[in-house]
Design a protein around this ligand. Structure first.
Ligand SMILES: [Fe+2]
Length: 367
């Protein structure tokens, strides 16, 4: 019962919680995660910061954890999902599952893993001299704004035993789940090295394009990795917000624009850069490096559990018999992708300009 003079409307329990956590909050279009200022985060016992990207959407927030040499995070348990990418450093994570077992795995740069829902976990920096930095994508905004009860979210004894997966999922092994190009999945809880995992060809997003979808800890959180070959770029497309795009290998740039815009917005990226294309903003990724460029994308709504109709349409399509997602279907066919032959000539001209003098051979022609 609120009897104060100020009516309780327009609340955001997640943002209220974040304010009380008293950690830095970075708000920007794109961010260099290596450079984010972190401060002591009492809850975790290590340094932390929140990263709110313009296109983060309603469901997802990102946190940076910065662990001092030989330090460890305080034990955590919570009712929201969390997918972590290791930016730098080496260490391990211990997870206590509801069946009383403890699982431990060692991570390093480019590792990806998920915390199975509501399990107790700790991160350990395994180095005595180097710091370790992790980027966590979480569904805390969705969960806290849904229940707006912190005890329910952070002090809940329920065990989701069906989320643990096979024991091998904690050791870096997984199961390949073939679906179709663009939708092949790797099911696991832990990927030791995103720069080394085998990807599958998905030419519909651009010749030589490769990807793999992840299903991590049977989660609703989305993760996939894509690769562009040397001297190539992907086709432009658009979708809803919340895909947090993180460069894993190589370097390059992305162009973003809304339909009808006179100019593009350019984001240059290298390892550590994250940005989230805002709602329905066209975006196109370009590899300007002399190695294949890989990027990780985390979001809410996995291929297994898309959660929203918009994510289902983006990932799986909605037309009868059409199982290709709108992200890889031409706008001329009702999808959200701009085919190479339909793109503005300025796009390829800029790519030639950006790669000129770099020694990167560009033989690719968009049409
Ligand atoms: Fe995208």
């Amino acid at each position: 019962m609120n009897d104060s003079a100020t009516p309780a409307i327009g609340l955001d329990p997640y943002l209220d919680w974040l304010r009380r956590e008293a950690i830095p909050v970075v708000e920007d279009f794109g961010v260099d995660l290596h450079g984010v200022d972190t401060r002591p985060w009492a809850r975790y016992g290590v340094n932390g910061a929140a990263v709110h990207l313009k296109g983060r959407g309603d469901f997802v927030a990102m946190f940076v954890l910065d662990i001092a040499p030989a330090a460890a995070s305080a034990p955590q348990r919570h009712l929201y999902e969390e997918v972590l990418y290791v930016l730098s450093g080496r260490g391990s994570t211990t997870i206590e599952t509801g069946d009383g077992r403890t699982h431990s795995f060692e991570w390093g740069p480019h590792s990806l893993f998920a915390i199975p829902l509501n399990t107790r976990y700790r991160h350990f920096n395994g180095s005595g001299t180097e710091r370790a930095r992790l980027a966590a994508t979480t569904s805390l905004p969705a969960v806290l704004n849904m229940f707006h009860n912190e005890a329910f979210v952070f002090d809940n004894p329920f065990s989701f035993n069906e989320r643990m997966g096979a024991q091998k999922y904690f050791s870096g092994e997984g199961d390949f789940v073939p679906v179709r190009p663009g939708q092949h999945m790797w099911e696991t809880n832990f990927v030791p090295d995103l720069s080394a995992i085998e990807l599958k060809v998905w030419n519909e997003r651009g010749k030589g394009s490769k990807n793999i979808m992840f299903i991590l800890a049977d989660g609703t959180m989305h993760a996939h990795i894509s690769e562009m070959q040397v001297g190539t770029y992907k086709k432009a497309h658009r979708h809803g917000p919340d895909f947090h795009v993180m460069c894993v290998t190589g370097d390059g740039y992305s162009l973003l624009w809304y339909e009808g815009d006179a100019d593009f917005r350019q984001v240059k990226w290298r390892h550590g850069t994250v940005f989230a294309p805002p709602d329905r903003m066209f975006h196109q990724h370009f590899n300007t490096s002399s190695q294949p460029a890989r990027y990780l994308a985390t979001a809410f709504g996995s291929l297994r559990y898309p959660f929203t109709e918009a994510k289902r349409r983006a990932l799986m399509g909605s037309g009868a018999g059409d199982k290709q997602g709108a992200v890889a279907t031409s706008v001329k066919l009702g999808g959200d992708q701009i085919e190479f032959e339909d793109q503005s000539p300025r796009i390829h001209a800029l790519y030639l300009e950006e790669t000129r003098g770099s020694g990167v051979p560009v033989t690719f022609q968009p049409a």
